[in-house]
Design a protein around this ligand. Structure first.
Ligand SMILES: Cc1cc2nc3c(=O)[nH]c(=O)nc-3n(C[C@H](O)[C@H](O)[C@H](O)COP(=O)(O)O)c2cc1C
Length: 267
């Protein structure tokens, strides 16, 4: 790795922002309108409010789903796992304006609890929504939905995605034809009661960064240089070895370590 980490930074087109933000679980949005059903993959979705529970999906104006959901004023989100990988890609490559994708794929559906949109078998979680408002945003329409029902497979999701069984992990979209699944769960240590939470954060950050591969390499290099100096009988500065916050790592200029409030700890 180069000494100056900034030299590796490259500029990308502004359209890359959507791919950088991407990575949330893929959802298949289902709708039912005037006797027809439809399904399309969406990844531009987001939670918007806890109370009331609101979620948003951004659909390009030309999508058949956008027209159906505008009229039906409800939709359902179905969360597929890896067995449906290729289905997801196909469903995103054709419009429901020309074919009935659910019939064409002979996909088994079951009745939702609160909406008419069908729920898809083989998925691992289902969220039903009634449209509260439609907000035009650039070339998309943001459908803000009030969540009216949530169902899950409990071995896939409990209070959170469990990720124990590889067959019931949500799919994450990376762009083009590329997907991924989360590998496992890491539990972060939370700060305890402390008079100086900033100090705790700074110490933890230093500790974790120092465990990183680069830091270990750098420390080995420094120790080698110091050993060489010792062998030559030179005067050495032991503070360079950096046993705590010190010269091996310091926050970049301008980076203030955040204060963690009670409310922020949960998210
Ligand atoms: C993984 C994946 C995610 C997608 N996410 C979105 C999205 O968030 N919003 C959108 O408008 N289109 C999205 N698309 C494209 C639509 O799913 C695609 O245009 C689909 O054919 C629309 O079907 P419809 O016309 O029947 O609604 C996505 C496609 C794929 C493969």
């Amino acid at each position: 790795m180069a000494d100056d980490p900034l030299v590796e930074i490259e500029r990308r087109p502004i359209t890359a922002a959507a791919r950088i933000l991407a990575g949330g679980p893929v959802a298949l949005v289902t709708s039912s309108d005037r006797g027809r059903m439809n399904v399309a993959p969406v990844v531009w979705h987001t939670p918007l409010s806890s109370t009331p529970a609101l979620v948003g999906i951004a659909l390009e104006r030309s999508r058949h789903s956008a027209e159906m959901i505008s009229h039906a004023e409800e939709f359902a989100l179905n969360f597929p796992a890896r067995a449906l990988l290729h289905h997801v890609q196909y469903l995103g490559a054709m419009s429901g304006s020309r074919i009935d994708k659910i019939e064409a794929t002979q996909w088994e559906t079951f009745e939702a609890i609160e909406v008419d949109a069908p729920l898809l078998t083989g998925c691992i979680a289902w969220v039903e929504c009634k449209v509260q408002q439609v907000v035009p945003v650039g070339d998309h329409l943001l459908f803000v939905g009030v969540v009216v029902s949530v169902q899950v497979l409990p071995h896939a999701f409990d209070e959170r995605w469990l990720l124990k069984d590889a067959d019931v992990r949500p799919l994450h979209f990376l762009g083009e034809r590329y997907y991924s699944v989360l590998e496992g769960v890491m539990e972060a240590r939370a700060p305890g009661n402390s008079d100086a939470p900033e100090r705790v954060l700074a110490d933890r950050l230093v500790e974790e960064l120092e465990l990183s591969h680069d830091a270990q390499e750098r420390r080995a290099e420094l120790l080698g240089e110091l050993a060489h100096d010792v062998a030559l009988g030179n005067v050495i500065d032991v503070s360079q070895v950096g046993m705590g916050p010190g010269p091996l790592w310091a926050p970049p200029p301008g980076l203030a370590l955040p204060h963690v409030s009670e409310g922020e700890r949960e998210r």
